[in-house]
Write a protein that binds this ligand. Structure first.
Ligand code: NAD
Length: 302
């Protein structure tokens, strides 16, 4: 099997890359965090000094980076992928970023006779670990490109959805996460209210989860510690999906809403709330379910 490039070995990327290794792929990897590179070296991966080294050695490259500026830097910056990208390469970007940046990257790659898909994911760290992620693929309107991407994505996920043209994957992901941000705040304030009214948290959750208020943020990822064991809210909100990343996704949704004149009043409010968390060192790196704790602390002030 040919060498696969992987850039961005964080909460999500490290598990995704390991799933490719489990399927027999040899990897060349790059991250700005030297510690994580050491771990991959021990697992037999080749370590690159720059993204350009990855593109020189591999024609199939996955990127999993925090946000648009990181993606631009890795692709088009000094020592970036574009410096050495070989014709007929395929870059699969699974980061959640601005739809227009995906389109820009696809055009830049086309100049090098290479292909690009935006392939953001849903399913969280557990999905990344268990290879059950949903990939929302933009750029799959060219069937051979989709089929080639599918070969790799299907080893890291369960549902590989062809969303059509480049950027459509980001559009789907941004919509999903706006809904998720709103619902997580909704569940957090509901649970806080119920507990303050004297209800037991597990009892309240069990009622919500068999009633019309049920949603993923309530039945699978309830933000109240102890309601569901084994998820970040029950592990002091360590790991998982950072609040700063949720603030970034909600800001992408607001930019898109402005550009398309879509009314998103609740999306806008959710963005403001997660912005407060992202600016607070006590919350920014913690799992986004910590909005429950944030609201609880606000309530204590009153
Ligand atoms: P993370 O911050 O844990 O990981 C990002 C990794 O990128 C880190 O290892 C960091 O060192 C590396 N990095 C940063 N700048 C770099 C650069 N210039 N060159 C190379 N490496 C660089 O983030 P994550 O939680 O893994 O999320 C990655 C992406 O996936 C984000 O866009 C996020 O919105 C999205 N996402 C995350 C989750 C989740 O549950 N964590 C779920 C779905 C989607």
């Amino acid at each position: 099997m040919s060498l696969v490039g992987f850039i961005g070995l964080g909460q999500m990327g490290a598990h995704m890359a390991r799933n490719l290794i489990k399927h027999g792929h040899k990897l060349i990897v790059y991250d700005v965090n030297a510690k994580v590179l050491e771990q991959f070296k021990a697992d037999g991966a080749t370590i690159a000094k720059f993204p350009a080294d990855v593109a020189a050695a591999s024609k199939d490259i996955v990127t999993m980076l925090p946000s648009s500026p990181h993606v631009k830097l890795v692709y088009t910056g000094d020592g970036g992928l574009l410096e050495t990208l070989q014709p007929n390469s395929l870059c699969m970007d699974s980061s959640t970023i601005d739809q227009m940046v995906s389109v820009e990257m696809a055009l830049a790659l086309r100049q090098k006779q290479a292909s690009y898909v935006d392939a953001p994911v849903s399913g969280g760290v557990v999905g990344a670990q268990n290879a059950t992620l949903t990939f929302m693929v933009g750029g799959g309107d060219e069937q051979p490109v989709f089929d080639r991407a599918h070969t790799f994505l299907s080893k890291m996920g369960k549902n590989i959805v062809n969303c059509g043209k480049v950027g459509n994957g980001q559009a789907a992901k941004i919509c999903n996460n706006m809904m998720l941000g709103i619902s997580m705040i909704g569940v957090s304030e509901t649970m806080n209210l119920g507990i303050r009214m004297g209800l037991d948290a597990k009892l309240l959750a069990s009622i919500l989860n068999t009633s019309s208020g049920r949603c993923w943020s309530s039945d699978t990822y309830n933000p109240v510690p102890g309601v569901i064991e084994g998820i970040p809210p029950s592990k002091e909100y360590q790991g998982g999906f950072g609040s700063a990343l949720m603030a970034k996704d909600l800001s992408l949704a607001q930019n898109a809403a402005t550009a398309t004149h879509a009314p998103t009043p609740l999306g806008s409010m959710a963005h403001q709330i997660y912005r407060l968390l992202a600016q607070d060192p006590n919350f920014s790196q913690k799992d986004f379910g910590v909005v429950y704790q944030f609201l609880k602390e606000e309530a204590k002030k009153r």
